[in-house]
Design a protein around this ligand. Structure first.
Ligand code: ZN
Length: 569
């Protein structure tokens, strides 16, 4: 009997322990789950507008409705004074910085293109021969490539293999044991791949077919819903149609900036409205569609399909979707940021964003969505436009720069001392310098001094001396851009509004350390985030750590930015 009583007591105690343990587990789990979703965030929606200089959303605000840009600017915490802190303000550099919260010196994306010293040729940022693009059609027609960076790509493979830092998506994947769904969508491959990070999946548009594509890094075959989306041939449906102004011409601030001789006519696309896309067999059809508001509309349509079919934001584990809209940048490059085309593409993007917000609200709920909005870089006005207004600017050809540097090299007895130049980096022939038993530092400095005196160049910075150079703020921007193997030996900074190229259909550029290229908007909108405008100086490296803080996560491993406190208050 005694034994039985004892057994009962023991079993009672064991049951109690089990109940206590279970209760702790349940309550514990509940409180953890609660902490994780304190803001009840089910989707992190990171919107990046390629080339949206911060002032453009003020300049065109009269043309906006209430539910697009204005909705963001008025409902969210809106930072009006955000600037990139490195020198080479290009697309992959900006996207990688937003995704990782660190500088090119750490994430390794020093430019859209860099010189691969080992291979002795140029490399396109996200190319990867091991992960080819999965074909979408049996007979793929080849469109004509006008993106100068894409033209350099040696292979058609794409992956984040050369992105050297973890992204916010990678952090989410690790934190939630791989249960968070992570996607990157864009008109451009580099803008989708960088944001999707290493753990996510990326989709982008092909200018060969007008289809959405991905690579074998992400999938073996296309998901059914992607096949169905591509089968609609939406882009092809625009053959024979034109890009027309959305509103009455008299309502545009830049109505008289349409027909300007320095704009590019993409073989029949014209310099004035309406711009005809061309017929289905035209090799520039899909390029023209992406140099118009239609590319962004297709990007939205595909993203909607992704949200539905991948069931984003439908459970308590927050998912991540990056959408990078490429239209503004494409239009800037061919028509300039002060063109009627630029005003219309931004005004039409306002409608696209409104469509995105209402779709998210209906399917997930804006109350459960953290919207993070920014741009990858700004844009410089064209030298011809600025000269017309009285500010002297011009274009400096790469051949001139190389010739001048080689002349400086000859003074040291070395012929053709330049191994390669691709803006902004000049790569020297280090073998020749070593064989001549010259002091590299002295040679670099002498060439940099000659180039700095050249009209159109503000400063040429020898990168071997970066650690000892502190005073000039431009040098700090070059230092943050410096990756030890990928960067060149001399960094060339043009004067404001000067461009380091003179040929090709691309007429306007970004990529300088000047304010028109570094200035971008940053807006956070979501549950418990206050409606507020903040004018203090902040930086795009702050974006990823702030997202992490809102989710209760550690920032991405290499992040250097600070938490934007106004967002969490
Ligand atoms: Zn860009």
């Amino acid at each position: 009997m005694r034994l039985k009583v004892y057994q009962r007591v023991v079993s009672y105690r064991i049951s109690l322990l089990i109940i206590v343990a279970l209760t702790t587990l349940i309550v514990g789990n509940f409180s953890i789950a609660k902490a994780h979703t304190e803001q009840n965030i089910r989707l992190v929606l990171q919107i990046t507008i390629d080339g949206l200089r911060a002032d453009l959303i003020n300049r065109y605000a009269n043309g906006f409705a209430k539910d697009g840009f204005r909705f963001l600017m008025e409902k969210g915490t809106y930072y009006t004074n955000a600037h990139y802190q490195y020198a080479n303000t290009e697309t992959i550099v900006g996207h990688a910085t937003l995704a990782t919260g660190t500088f090119p010196s750490q994430h390794g994306m020093v430019g859209n293109v860099w010189f691969d010293r080992e291979a002795g040729e140029l490399a396109y940022n996200i190319e990867d021969p091991d992960h080819p693009i999965i074909p979408t059609r049996k007979n793929e027609t080849k469109g004509e490539q006008v993106d100068p960076a894409q033209k350099i790509s040696r292979t058609q493979g794409r992956s984040p293999a050369v992105l050297l830092a973890p992204t916010i998506g990678d952090g989410l994947a690790a934190y939630y044991g791989g249960r968070s769904k992570i996607f990157g969508v864009s008109g451009k491959d580099r803008s989708a791949v960088s944001m999707a990070g290493h753990a996510g999946k990326a989709f982008w548009f092909s200018t060969n077919t007008g289809d959405v594509v991905t690579s074998t890094y992400y999938y073996d075959t296309y998901p059914d819903w992607v096949v169905k989306w591509n089968d609609q041939r939406q882009a092809e449906g625009y053959a024979g149609k034109s890009w027309a102004l959305l509103n009455d011409p008299s309502t545009y601030l830049l109505a008289d900036q349409d027909d300007r001789p320095y704009e590019t006519d993409l073989r029949g696309y014209g310099r004035v409205f309406p711009h005809p896309f061309g017929q289905a067999d035209d090799k520039l059809l899909y390029t023209r569609i992406f140099v118009s508001p239609i590319g962004d509309q297709l990007t939205l349509d595909f993203s909607k399909s992704l949200i539905i079919h991948e069931q984003l934001g439908q459970d308590e584990i927050p998912d991540y979707l990056s959408i990078s809209f490429s239209g503004v940048d494409a239009v800037n490059h061919f028509f300039g940021p002060s063109s009627l085309e630029n005003e219309d593409v931004v005004v039409q993007l306002d409608r696209t964003l409104a469509g995105l917000f209402s779709f998210i609200d209906k399917n997930i709920g804006l109350k459960r969505t953290l919207v993070v909005f920014s741009a990858d870089h700004g844009m410089a006005d064209m030298p011809e436009y600025m000269t017309g207004l009285g500010y002297k600017a011009g274009r400096l050809g790469p051949d001139e720069i190389v010739a001048e540097a080689n002349k400086a090299g000859q003074k040291f007895g070395v012929d053709e001392i330049v191994r390669f130049f691709y803006r902004p980096y000049l790569y020297l022939n280090n073998k020749k310098i070593a064989n001549a038993k010259l002091d590299t530092v002295k040679v670099e400095q002498a060439i940099a001094d000659v180039l700095t005196n050249f009209e159109g160049i503000a400063l040429a910075v020898p990168t071997s001396r970066l650690p000892s150079q502190q005073a000039n703020p431009l040098v700090a921007q070059v230092r943050r851009n410096h990756h030890v193997t990928r960067s060149g030996d001399i960094y060339i900074i043009q004067e404001p509004y000067w461009f380091l190229f003179d040929k090709g259909p691309v007429r306007a550029m970004h990529g300088s350390p000047w304010r028109f290229d570094t200035h971008v908007p940053i807006i956070f909108m979501g549950p418990a985030i206050k409606s507020k405008t903040v004018h203090r100086l902040v930086h795009p490296v702050d974006v990823a750590p702030t997202i992490a803080a809102l989710l209760g996560m550690t920032p991405p491993g290499s992040a250097q930015g600070l938490i934007l406190e106004e967002v969490l208050r």
